[in-house]
Ligand binder design. Sequence first.
Ligand SMILES: Cc1ncc(COP(=O)(O)O)c(C=O)c1O
Length: 362
Amino acid sequence: MIKFLELIGFDNELDADLKNVFNEVLEKGIFINGANVVEFESQFSDISESNYCVSCGNGMDALTILLRSLGLRNGSEVLVPAQTFIATYFSIIHAGLKPIPVDVNESDCLLSIDDAKKRITKQTTAMVFVNLFGFGNSHKEIFDFCNSNNLELVYDSAQSHLTEYDNNLLTSSGSHAVSFYPGKNLGALGDGGAILTDRRDLNDFCIKYRNYGSIQKYKHEIIGINSRLDEVQAAFLNRKIRKLNSWTEIRRKQANAYLSNINNKKIKLPHIQPKLNPSWHIFPIRVKNRKKFQAFMFDKKIETLIHYPYSPVTCDALSNYSYNLDSFPNALDWEQHEVSIPIGPHLDIDSIQKIIDAINEF
Ligand SMILES: Cc1ncc(COP(=O)(O)O)c(C=O)c1O
């Protein structure tokens, strides 16, 4: 079976390294706020070219903490794409704000700025732009739009480690929430997350807020939460981060092979803007008869997944918002037709070729 994802077992050297790292942390006996966390924050801000990095418990907390740091009016409205992982919406709600779905682009499933223009009201105070699948857009264009409408802007960059636009890393400007969920391009062996920001004021708030509102032990300056990256996860991430550049290059080569060689009228490939260099967390295709396609691929011993079969606007947990589904045609198209095909450093060139051949045969 060609697996969608494999977290261990494809790089023996790394597996051995991770075991050693675990032993080192065990022997030291420091499990919270240790040297590995400090080292990871420094390594991750360096590789991301961001001024500041604040680690925390997971990607959803990163977004909640970041939104809290902006001090937005309680209950005010936040523009957010109608198709994303549900954590984007829940974090807005946990930050005391109201998610306002915006339809996505037909071409790449990113928040449509044209549609955002129609959704702004006097209550709108911010936008969460999701770099879904590892895609992204011009920071300047999004920032200018938000700035001219007096909106704060934050990015959900859970899937876009090292994505570039116009030769710049997306994370080199603005404020981003990142996830290190195990399956992410840089994943821990458990939960983990981080806030990257170019703003010192936000950095200072986030450092306190994630740790009971405290920098100095038992001195609590603000009401905070407990959301810290564990020392052992930071130690794993310090090893795995050494692979991030080469793993991202592998994903890009595989994605280029798919883009150049998949040739089947029944399959819609994602449209990539010329200046975008995605991190390819996910390679999404669209196909009308998705059920049949997934069964066909399964018969060929190729695992596929769907991201995401229930978009936030159709999600049971948010049904009390009574979204008008007719106004999100593109999000619903992605919800109903998207299939994610395997991509990542666990796959060799033969597997990629088998996947291409199977898709072309469908
Ligand atoms: C787009 C998006 N946002 C937020 C999250 C939340 O991250 P976590 O699972 O680390 O809380 C994820 C990943 O799970 C994600 O894919």
